[in-house]
Design a protein around this ligand. Structure first.
Ligand code: ASP
Length: 583
């Protein structure tokens, strides 16, 4: 027997027992005649004691050990005189009688502690050591629990887990495909799935009714911070449902996960239309843990000779409660903030509604106290509040104001770490006009169903068509997206047409799906959750990398494996990928 117990297991009532443990040397402390050693494994830390007087050789052997050596010990559990209430095993220690070194270790390049001295690059290079740290271990455990609870809920709701292939033809989710050359079909390529979208729809045609999969997806995007080229989704599809059925079932999933994994009772999700989200918060994923929604001021602010407002597509602002006392310096800081290229605003107008009822603004030259009072009424501002106003092109202004709103909430401590709010965004536009390409693209994907009442518009005014699509957001993060699908060939063809995809092209790419629709496709819809992000949010972290065992860095590289990397000429040749200039 290698070990009788793990390092997280022994308690006071085990005192007197003979035990065998194995693990890694976390730390050693010598006190004259005594050496204390913290032994670590996945389950915890147990203190070992070597007594110079009892066994000099053994104690000296212990003193030769270094950090991260792998050892096995035999000894007796004893009550500790100096208890450590922070450790579950803190009441006991092991008086060691036998020690065996199972493997030596080089000194690790960074400390294996929650607060490590290793930088990100170093930790990525030695990810197997990084993963020994308690924080990452807890993240992996949380992820595991989340997966298990997901499977339990979905299985109880009648979903079955069906695997879909990774070597496929393209699935359009708006990113580039990763491709894999086929050796047996020279010059031809598979694509890795951006999602199992078409397969899950085919499973509905096959009558499987409720499908799910916790599945890897691959998207070759320019990596923004915190995106991974391969990531995991909880992917689901169901037949004979309408939007309400899907929303109820999947908000139920989130409520179940929070209860099961975090012991938190989540409230049901709120709802907001895409249009309202953009108009009131400047984003399709507003954080609704706090207010500060936008107020539009065009009618009040224009026509007073202030050019910036007069020429603007939109004048809108937010009311910051209790912030009239902001100093010149604080206001300058905010102005600098909105002028940063990431925010992109030209400036910021402030109106202080002083506690005594007077106004002080950066546009006093153009507006009287009565004017500003009308603004205050519109913005529901009260004495003591600060009104911050932006102007410019409509969409850009909304976006910038949305960023400012979040920044202020951050500064005011309104984004509370222990508060969670779910929000469904619904009634998305079906299509989005892309200026550079001079065509419409699908806002979700081309299989999303147009709203029944807008079907007429698809040919005449496609930009106005709303989709049967929905996103689930949590505290300002998109955690899931999905839609009711098109299940008729004719409508799918019409959709491709609206997207400017030629008939032959549609046939070549998605003929298999449209053909399947001709054989009794049931009405169906579904959703997919970003599993890595969900784990990160539930773990209270912004970074999905800390919740993926072996992530890629910002350049899409695995620095531990050093991938991607060149392959040799023979392999290239075999794949029919001879580089130009070479044979
Ligand atoms: N396939 C979609 C995605 O990956 C989700 C869905 O529509 O179910 O975003």
């Amino acid at each position: 027997m290698f070990r009788s117990h793990t390092c997280g297991e022994l308690r006071l009532n085990d005192a007197g027992k003979k035990v065998k443990l194995a693990g890694w040397v976390q730390k050693m402390r010598d006190f004259g005649g005594m050496t204390f050693l913290d032994l670590r494994d996945r389950y915890g830390i147990t203190q070992l004691v070597f007594d110079m007087q009892a066994d000099k050789d053994l104690c000296e052997k212990a003193r030769q050990l270094g950090r991260e050596y792998v050892i096995q010990v035999q000894g007796t559990v004893a009550e500790r005189s100096n208890k450590n209430p922070k450790l579950p095993t803190g009441d006991i220690e092991i008086i060691v009688e036998k020690l065996q070194v199972l493997n030596a270790s080089k000194t690790p390049p960074f400390t294996i502690e929650d607060e490590t001295d290793g930088g990100e690059d170093l930790r990525m290079k030695y990810r197997y050591l990084d993963l020994r740290r308690g924080v990452l271990k807890r993240n992996m455990e949380l992820r595991h629990k989340l997966g298990l609870a997901t499977r339990k809920y979905l299985s109880e709701q009648g979903f079955i887990d069906i695997e879909t292939p990774y070597l496929i033809k393209s699935t359009p989710e708006g990113a580039r495909d990763f491709v894999v050359p086929s050796r047996m079909n020279r010059g031809q390529f598979y694509a890795l799935p951006q999602s199992p979208q078409t397969f899950k729809q085919l499973l509905m045609v096959s009558g499987y009714d409720r499908y799910y999969q916790i599945v890897k997806c691959f998207r070759d995007e320019d990596l923004r911070a915190d995106r991974q080229p391969e990531f995991t989704q909880i992917d689901c599809e169901m037949s004979f449902v309408d939007r309400e059925d899907v929303l109820a079932l999947f908000e139920g999933l989130l409520i179940h996960l929070f209860k099961e994994v975090k012991g938190i009772d989540l409230e049901r999700a709120e709802r907001m239309s895409y249009e309202d989200a953009m108009r009131l918060y400047g984003t399709d994923k507003p954080d609704i843990r706090f207010g500060m929604s936008f107020h539009e001021l065009d009618d009040l602010a224009k026509g007073h000779g202030f050019r910036v407002f007069d020429d603007a597509g939109l004048v809108a602002g937010i009311c910051v409660e209790g912030a009239a006392s902001y100093s010149r310096k604080q206001l300058d800081e905010l102005t600098e903030f909105v002028k940063k290229p990431q925010v992109g605003a030209r400036g910021l107008v402030y109106v202080k509604y002083n506690a005594d009822g007077s106004f002080k603004s950066s546009v006093d030259k153009f507006y009287s106290a009565e004017d500003l009072e009308a603004w205050a009424a519109r913005m529901q501002a009260r004495p003591g509040d600060l009104m911050l106003i932006m102007a410019g092109e409509k969409e850009a202004t909304r976006k910038a104001l949305g960023v400012l709103r979040l920044e202020l909430a951050e500064r005011l401590g309104l984004r509370k770490a222990d508060e969670f709010k779910l929000l469904w965004i619904v009634d998305f536009p079906l299509l989005e006009w892309v200026e550079e390409e001079e065509r419409f693209v699908a806002l979700h994907h081309p299989f999303t169903r147009p709203r029944a009442e807008d079907l007429e518009l698809l040919a005449s005014d496609p930009g106005r068509v709303k989709a049967e699509a929905y996103d689930l957001t949590l505290n300002g993060n998109e955690i899931a997206g999905g839609s009711i699908r098109i299940h008729e060939r004719a409508l799918q063809e019409q959709m491709f047409e609206a997207l400017g995809i030629r008939r032959e092209e549609a046939e070549a790419k998605f003929g298999f799906l449209m053909k399947a629709f001709e054989y009794g496709a049931p009405p169906h819809g579904g959703i997919a959750f970003g599993f890595d992000r969900l784990a990160a949010l539930m773990g209270g972290s912004e970074s999905i990398r800390d919740f993926i065992a072996f992530p890629k860095n910002n350049h899409g590289r695995d620095v531990m494996l050093d991938a991607p990397s060149p392959i040799d000429d023979t392999q290239l040749d075999e794949l029919g990928l001879c580089l130009k200039g070479k044979k």
